[in-house]
Design a protein around this ligand. Structure first.
Ligand SMILES: C[S@@+](CC[C@H](N)C(=O)[O-])C[C@H]1O[C@@H](n2cnc3c(N)ncnc32)[C@H](O)[C@@H]1O
Length: 244
């Protein structure tokens, strides 16, 4: 299956995505799992991943349903460490979605997948994550909030708790306001196209993604936030969680 994600990655990974890629790198560098093996879930073509960081693992199991994605990411890890890939769309609302994986000495990294999955209910999702991840070292970065033409305010660096949506939304501003406030408006190579203005003082219509609610009760030790401008008119607030 060739999806739009690969086209976007090829178009934007060296421009719009650079800040996100740096944030993913910083996020992973702050994670020091002791496990010698890794299950890497949903890497697509690994476009956001700093492959050198993965050298610490003796073996990586890539779980990714996309054929092209598996080919690309597997090639990326060649020479870095031993890799095997599994064609699978995990059912994140079923406890034991890793039941046929060997979890001995194994950490788990979810790479921007849990914010987008379709699940039967938020409760089933939270239950399955708790049953499956308890006792494992894991990390996830995922979509936390998305909205049209909004720049997010978020805590800089690692924090010890998950922020409530109201806290994250409270100070968010429209892209236009952000540009107006900038002392030296910079010409962007790929400017955000404003097709619709948000009325001043009107809160944005925000889409909340489910991952945060499912993972927060597991008590992540570090939480980080950053923006990902995934396309010229689309900025997501990403939440990274680390549980060691
Ligand atoms: C947004 S992309 C990931 C982006 C990539 N990790 C990055 O940061 O650039 C989401 C990926 O998750 C994979 N995926 C979707 N549902 C999945 C599931 N149930 N189990 C495993 N992977 C899944 C998709 O095939 C896709 O490659």
């Amino acid at each position: 299956m060739f999806d739009r994600y690969h086209l976007r990655a090829w178009k934007f990974r060296n421009t719009l995505w650079q800040s996100h890629v740096r944030s993913v790198t910083g996020f992973l560098q702050s994670w020091n799992p002791l496990a010698k093996k890794l299950i890497l879930v949903g890497p697509s073509g690994g476009y956001s991943l700093p492959v050198e960081w993965f050298r610490r693992f003796q073996m990586i199991t890539i779980v990714e349903p996309g054929f092209i994605a598996r080919r690309i990411v597997t090639r990326k890890f060649r020479g870095v460490t031993r890799v095997r890939s599994v064609r699978r769309a995990l059912q994140f609302d079923h406890p034991g979605f890793f039941s046929d994986f060997d979890l001995t000495d194994t950490a788990v990294l979810f790479t921007n997948v849990l914010g987008q999955v379709k699940v039967s209910s938020a409760e089933a999702f939270a239950h399955a994550m708790r049953e499956t991840l308890t006792g494992l070292e894991w990390a996830s970065y995922h979509d936390r909030l998305s909205a049209d033409h909004v720049r997010w305010k978020y805590p800089e660096g690692a924090v010890g708790r998950v922020y409530a949506t109201s806290e994250l939304v409270k100070n968010s501003i429209s892209e236009e306001e952000a540009q107006a406030q900038s002392p030296k408006p910079q010409k962007r190579r790929n400017p955000i196209r404003l097709t619709r203005k948000r009325e001043a003082n009107k809160p944005p219509e925000v889409q909340e993604h489910l991952a945060s609610d499912a993972l927060a009760p597991l008590g992540p030790k570090r939480v980080m936030y950053w923006e990902w401008q995934i396309a010229p008119d689309q900025v997501h607030l990403i939440e990274g969680m680390i549980h060691e």
